[in-house]
Unconditional design. Structure first.
Length: 211
């Protein structure tokens, strides 16, 4: 049976999750909104606008739709500036080796990311061609923990659900994978996720799980 692995991007293959944090923090400081790493962890895997809503709700702050769009755009501008120097050396430890091994094993590979910047990042990292399918924030209407992004990626790969793994650093992503009936694997911030089917400390451990 053909096997598939769907990778989340930010916080799994590359540490852009930290750049998201810094960009939200800068925006929040300028607006005098409270923001810290605990709140940031709730934004992992969550779309840009839904993330802003979480920050505003936490602060009991009311903004018009127009003002919210302006804030989200501002955050994305800060984020994009931080991505300018991104290059293949920024991949997380073992990421490239793991992609190469999976390719050699004939495993189908996909990206399942909530980010509208995913393709830009993949190009900067020079790994776009590794993936048989890329589903990102421009392809979905529902944010994780909704399973849409992973169901679309699994369908595009054409593999059975029982042979399709999802690797995630976000609780919202682990929940999305479980709701899609795929096999969830937690890493990094989700390394101790209670709802993940498997957890790993480093990407190369993936190989043992899927073999
Ligand atoms: C996810 C990140 O990958 O993408 C979230 O984990 C982020 O933190 C989301 O909010 C949307 O990203 P972007 O790049 O479209 O603002
Ligand atoms: Mg992530």
């Amino acid at each position: 049976m053909n096997k598939g692995v769907i990778f989340d991007l930010d916080g799994v293959l590359v540490s852009t999750d930290h750049y998201h944090y810094l960009a939200w923090k800068r925006m929040a400081e300028e607006e005098n909104l409270a923001f810290d790493e605990t709140l940031n962890n709730q934004l992992r895997g969550v779309s840009r606008m839904a993330s802003l809503d979480i920050i505003l709700t936490y602060n009991k702050a009311k903004y018009s739709d127009e003002a919210k769009t302006a804030l989200a755009t501002k955050k994305n501008t800060y984020y994009r500036v931080s991505l300018e120097d991104l290059n293949p050396t920024h991949m997380l430890p073992g990421a490239l080796k793991t992609l190469n091994t999976l390719k050699e094993l004939g495993v189908k590979l996909a990206i399942g990311s909530s980010s509208k910047n995913a393709r830009y990042i993949l190009n900067k990292l020079e790994i776009t061609d590794y993936f048989d399918a890329i589903v990102d924030g421009t392809d979905i209407t529902e944010s994780k923990p909704h399973p849409e992004v992973f169901l679309k990626a699994q369908e595009a790969l054409g593999v059975e659900k029982s042979a399709c793994y999802v690797i995630e650093d976000a609780e919202s992503g682990i929940e999305a994978a479980n709701r899609a009936n795929l096999i969830s694997i937690g890493i990094n911030d989700a390394e101790t996720s209670p709802q993940a089917k498997h957890t790993i400390h480093a990407l190369p451990e993936l190989i043992k799980i899927i073999n």
